[in-house]
Ligand binder design. Structure first.
Ligand SMILES: [Zn+2]
Length: 198
């Protein structure tokens, strides 16, 4: 019997990163639909998508070669089919450095073959569609750039304030965080712990 996964505790840091991602996403040019998807598949020469980083056919995401936060946009030449493992491991790193790095789950760590050939092909992909990322500083007016920095600074503060409230309610020694992990591990009994009030 497979039971649904026990919900993980959501942390303010996670919420803040989603908010920040949404900001960068909405400040980036987007033109990527069915037509572009077909062009990507034609370029990589596969009838169904395979992960451009490791070659698996368990593709579940479209990854930005240049991350949104680093000035990447949602367009042909920057979006590539990826598996979840590669996308999570790469995060916002440059693809070339990450592929050769010993980051957990990188293609090098997983001993994927032809890494250099894959890197060359990815560079050809960006060049073929003439994609060059436009740094955010060039897309925004100085006043907009300032507003963005102010928002990010307020978000950092909000996150700190939220963490402080949580810590005062449940200090680290109350062990509630460990209970999250244990509850999701195989066959672990679910123990409800009472938070120590501060
Ligand atoms: Zn992959």
């Amino acid at each position: 019997m497979t039971l649904p996964r026990i919900p993980r505790r959501q942390r303010p840091a996670f919420a803040a990163s989603i908010f920040e991602r949404a900001l960068f996403d909405c400040l980036a040019y987007r033109q990527f639909g069915r037509e572009q998807v077909e062009q990507v598949l034609r370029f990589f020469g596969t009838p169904s998508p395979v992960c451009v980083y490791c070659g698996t056919d368990k593709v579940s995401r479209w990854d930005h070669l240049v991350a949104l936060r680093n000035g990447g946009e949602t367009v042909l030449g920057n979006l590539v089919p990826s598996c979840g493992s590669c996308d999570d491991s790469k995060a916002e790193k440059g693809f070339e450095l990450w592929m050769r790095s010993d980051t957990k789950c990188s293609p090098t760590t997983r001993k994927i073959s032809d890494i250099e050939a894959r890197i060359t092909r990815l560079k050809e992909y960006a060049a073929h569609f003439g994609y060059v990322p436009t740094p955010l500083a060039e897309r925004l007016t100085p006043s907009q750039a300032l507003q963005l920095e102010e928002l990010r600074s307020r978000l950092r503060q909000l996150r700190k304030d939220a963490e402080a409230l949580i810590t005062s309610y449940c200090p680290p020694e109350c062990g509630l965080q460990e209970a999250d992990t244990a509850a999701n591990s195989a066959a672990a009994p679910v123990t409800l712990r009472v938070p120590v009030s501060g």
